[in-house]
Design a protein around this ligand. Structure first.
Ligand code: COA
Length: 399
């Protein structure tokens, strides 16, 4: 695949394919040191070194990919890209809408080069409609699609989700789009353009709020709403994140039904007629939460979770990074944090893939590519240029 993706919303998509063995050839701009993808040179860093080879997230999002440089402002760069596309099954990108077309590689041109090419673009609003020209970042997408408004505590401003959720989700959606396009292509031999709108991908996560407005005419923000810790769709109580013993220590628990509630009440010694049924617990939810908190706040979060789990109630200590990354026997057994080798950073842990295949599992061993690291392999090995040609191209600023 000829891959122009960047950040997580794009690079996170082709990462999936790379992990399962696809040859993903990242094309980067040598003139700007590949920094269209800002993550190339931004934190976290593994040590004191800085620059476009040291962005920790870039490494994570581009594991197992190959990387070449092509300056598409030059005729030679365009010629090389044309030759590369002729060898590829798919072209993927998450530039702003219209960028690839301006570079001379819109869908019509792509299919002239390779009639069965799959072209997948992913931008904020897709390539149609009045907003198509707007550029976006994950948090902007979250705000536009409505996700930001759904999250927070009562009578407080919208809180957002605390991180760029739509980068993860956008990348996952794009991976699905690519796979669906490739399946269709392998069945029929037909390529096509899949034009993805990240904002609309975000909107698909608003089901209950959209339904509530459509059917009941109710706005999302009203007395007591939203209350992101509480189980409002469907209603559950108690449901939330409760203080545990210790600094910044928390416990999550949910009473899915009356059986869970009775078990919780017995374990915690809560005996209050107001909480006898769900309607009563919802009507007195603040007092209910206080009663639960009285039990949780004197206990270690993991021990309390184990006690609740032992009697069948869903509960967990709220994990901090150190818990998940360094001290979780389950993620370790699963292999969730494989170590890859990066050309400059050395051995670095990255995200694994949360699904294991019994026969054709993923492999993550190679770190993200250095800028132009695979020019010789791809432009020489695949397209047939000699080392002397490559030296000329470098001197002319093409690669
Ligand atoms: C992320 C984003 C906001 C960055 O905006 P930007 O830095 O202005 O970048 P654009 O995508 O608009 O344009 C990229 C530029 O790099 C140029 N470029 C990229 N690769 C190149 C190459 N190999 N050679 C020459 N030029 C290249 C493009 O020609 C374009 O320049 P132009 O605007 O002069 O035509 C924008 O790309 C975007 O909205 N993407 C879609 C949504 C998204 O995925 N956001 C990031 C996830 S949070």
């Amino acid at each position: 695949m000829c891959d122009f993706t960047g950040q997580l919303a794009g690079a996170g998509a082709t990462r999936w394919m790379a992990a399962f063995g696809a040859e993903i050839i990242r094309v980067e701009d040598p003139a700007r040191l590949g920094k269209w993808d800002v993550l190339r040179g931004t934190s976290p860093f593994v040590d004191e070194r800085r620059g476009h080879e040291f962005g920790g997230c870039f490494n994570n999002h581009n594991v197992e990919k190959l990387g070449i440089t092509l300056n598409l402002r030059t005729d030679k760069g365009k010629e090389l890209l044309t030759e590369l596309i002729a060898e590829c099954d798919a072209v993927t990108e998450n530039f702003a809408a219209g960028v690839l077309e301006r570079l001379g590689f819109g869908y019509d041109r792509l299919r002239e080069i390779k009639p069965d090419i799959l072209y997948v673009s992913n931008c904020g609003f897709g390539h149609a409609g009045p907003y198509r020209k707007y550029k976006t970042w994950g948090p902007i997408v979250q705000a536009c699609c409505g996700l930001t408004f759904t999250s927070g505590l009562p009578d407080m401003p919208s809180a957002g989700w605390g991180y760029s959720y739509m980068d993860h989700h956008g990348g996952n959606f794009m991976a699905m789009a690519i796979m669906a396009g490739l399946i269709h292509r392998s069945r029929t031999g037909e390529g096509q353009w899949i034009d993805m709108s990240c904002t609309d991908a975000g909107a698909t996560m608003l089901g209950p709020a959209v339904l509530d407005y459509t059917v009941n005419g109710r706005p999302l923000r009203r007395d007591g709403m939203p209350y992101s810790n509480r189980g409002q769709f469907p209603a559950m109580a108690p449901h939330g994140i409760y203080e545990a013993d210790g600094h910044d220590a928390w416990l999550a628990l949910a009473a899915r039904d009356e059986s869970d509630w009775q078990t919780i009440a017995k374990l915690m010694g809560i005996d209050d007629r107001r909480f006898a049924d769900l309607a009563g617990r919802l009507a007195h939810e603040d007092d209910l939460d206080d009663a639960v908190r009285a039990w949780t706040s004197t206990r270690d979060r993991f021990e309390a979770a184990a006690e609740l789990q032992a009697v069948g109630v869903p509960a967990a200590g709220v994990a901090k990074p150190v818990d998940r990354v360094d001290n979780d026997a389950n993620t370790e057994a699963w292999g969730l944090w494989p170590t890859v080798t990066h050309g400059e950073m050395g051995r670095v842990r990255v995200d694994g893939i949360p699904a294991h295949f019994s026969d054709t599992d993923w492999v993550l061993e190679r770190g993200g590519p250095l800028l132009g690291q695979h020019n010789r392999q791809i432009l020489g090995g695949l397209l047939g240029y000699s080392d002397a040609d490559l030296a000329d191209m470098a001197a002319e600023g093409v690669i």
